[in-house]
Design a protein around this ligand. Structure first.
Ligand code: GTP
Length: 360
C-alpha cells in the first residue's frame, strides 16, 4: 500500500486573478475537475490512500469526490484553520497517515500537470535510501524558479532562491512539486505554524546532513499557475500530450462532452473542450481553448487559447485570443479581445466595443 498527500490549499487556490468562480483544483481540465487527473494518476501508480490537505476549500472537494471509492481510492480531507504553507500542511495531516516510520509517503503539489513516472520516483527513493526524494524537471528559463542542483549521483547539494544574475543560474533543474518523504521525516516538521518545504524544511534537512535525492524526469510538466497555463494544460490532456487515465473519451483534437451542441460546420481543433450543455454556433472556429458548461459561442466567433467561463456568451464574429471570459459574462458581437484580457464574472461587453486591429 502506498499513500499520498495532495496539497490543494494556500493563497493561489482560487485561480486569482482569474474571473472564473470555480476554485482552481475543481476547474474542469479536459472535462473533469483538474484534481481528478492527479487522483487518477496516483491511483494508476498504486496509491490507494490520499489525504487532501486544504486550507479552506474542503466544502467543494468532499461533495464531489466523497470517500474516493469511485476512483478506487480511500480519500480523506483535512482543512487548516489558517494556511500553514506547504510544509505545515504536510505536517498537519501526519495523524491521518497509516505508514510506518520507515515507509515512503508521496506528496504532490495540487497545481502541477505532469507525466511523472510516480513508481520510478518511489523506486529511486527506496534504492538510494534517501530521507526525501524530489522530482526535478529541467526548464529553459530557470529565472522564475528556485534551483535544485545535484551531484553526479543525483543527490541534492543545495536549494537556491530564484536566481537574480546569470552567474547564479548554476543549473536548469527545478523542484517539480512531487516528493517522497520517509514517514519519520514528516514528523520532524514543526507543527501548528506555517512552514515552507522549499524555504525551510528542505534547506534545514540538507544543513543537518540528511540525504535528499533528486530524480530528473523530463516528461511532460506544466505549472498551472496562470490561466493561460491552465488552458494549455487542458488542451494537452485532450491531445494526449499530458497523460491521464481520467480524460473522458479518446484523446484527439477535440473533446465534446455529452449534451453539448456543436454546429456541424464549426471547427474545433488543438485540444479544445466543449463542456456539458455548451453550444457552439455555425462557422465558429475554436482552437486550444476551454469552453465551460452552459456557455454559448455564437456563429462566426473565432476563439484561440482562451477560457470561456460557465454560462457565458461570446457574440457573433467576436475574436478572442488568449482571453479569459468569466462565468456568466457576455461579450457582444464584433469584439476583438487579445492576450491577457480578463472579463469579470457576469460583466457585459456591448457589441463592437473593443478592437485591436486597424479600422481598415
Ligand atoms: P510555501 O512553500 O509554503 O511557501 O508555498 P509556495 O507558495 O511556495 O507553494 P506554491 O504556491 O507553489 O504551492 C504549491 C502547492 O502547495 C499548491 O498545490 C498549493 O495549493 C499548495 N499550498 C500552498 N500553500 C498551502 C497551504 O498553506 N496549505 C495547503 N494545504 N496547501 C498549500
Amino acid at each position: 500500500m502506498t499513500e499520498a498527500i495532495l496539497l490543494v490549499g494556500g493563497r493561489g487556490t482560487r485561480l486569482r486573478p482569474l474571473t472564473v468562480h470555480t476554485p482552481k483544483p475543481m476547474l474542469p481540465a479536459a472535462g473533469v475537475p483538474f484534481l481528478t487527473h492527479q487522483l487518477a494518476r496516483a491511483r494508476a501508480a498504486g496509491v490507494d490512500h490520499i489525504v487532501l490537505a486544504t486550507s479552506y476549500l474542503a466544502e467543494v472537494f468532499e461533495p464531489y469526490f466523497g470517500d474516493g471509492s469511485s476512483l478506487g481510492l480511500h480519500l480523506e480531507y483535512v482543512t487548516e484553520e489558517e494556511p500553514l504553507g506547504t510544509g505545515g500542511a504536510i505536517r498537519n495531516v501526519a495523524g491521518r497517515l497509516h505508514s510506518g516510520p520507515e515507509q515512503p509517503v508521496l506528496v504532490f503539489n495540487g497545481d502541477i500537470l505532469t507525466g511523472l513516472d510516480i513508481r520510478a520516483l518511489v523506486r529511486t527513493h527506496e534504492t538510494t535510501g534517501a530521507d526525501v526524494s524530489l522530482h526535478l524537471t529541467r526548464v529553459t528559463d530557470p529565472r522564475a524558479y528556485g534551483l535544485v542542483p545535484t551531484d553526479a549521483t543525483g543527490r541534492v547539494t543545495a536549494f537556491l532562491e530564484k536566481p537574480q544574475t546569470p552567474e547564479e543560474i548554476v543549473t536548469d533543474q527545478i523542484n517539480a512539486g512531487a516528493y517522497v518523504f520517509r514517514r519519520s521525516v514528516i514528523d520532524t516538521i514543526p507543527a501548528g505554524r506555517p512552514v515552507s518545504v522549499e524555504r525551510e524544511t528542505f534547506p534545514g534537512l540538507l544543513a543537518a546532513g540528511a540525504h535528499l535525492q533528486g530524480m530528473v524526469d523530463s516528461t511532460y510538466w506544466l505549472d498551472l499557475g496562470t490561466p493561460a497555463a491552465f488552458v494549455r494544460g487542458s488542451a494537452d490532456l485532450v491531445l494526449g500530450r499530458a497523460p491521464s487515465p481520467a480524460v473522458p473519451g479518446r484523446c484527439g483534437d477535440r473533446l465534446v462532452l455529452p449534451t453539448a451542441e456543436v454546429a456541424t460546420d464549426a471547427k474545433l481543433t488543438g485540444g479544445t473542450v466543449v463542456g456539458e450543455g455548451a453550444c457552439v454556433g455555425e462557422g465558429a472556429r475554436i482552437s486550444g481553448s476551454t469552453v465551460l458548461s452552459g456557455a454559448v459561442v455564437e456563429p462566426g466567433a473565432v476563439i484561440t487559447d482562451s477560457m470561456i467561463g460557465a454560462h457565458s456568451r461570446v457574440g457573433r464574429r467576436t475574436i478572442l485570443t488568449g482571453a479569459v471570459i468569466g462565468d456568466g459574462a457576455s461579450v457582444g458581437p464584433d469584439n476583438e479581445l487579445r492576450e491577457g484580457t480578463r472579463i469579470w464574472c457576469d460583466a457585459h461587453i456591448p457589441a463592437g466595443a473593443v478592437r485591436f486591429s486597424s479600422d481598415e
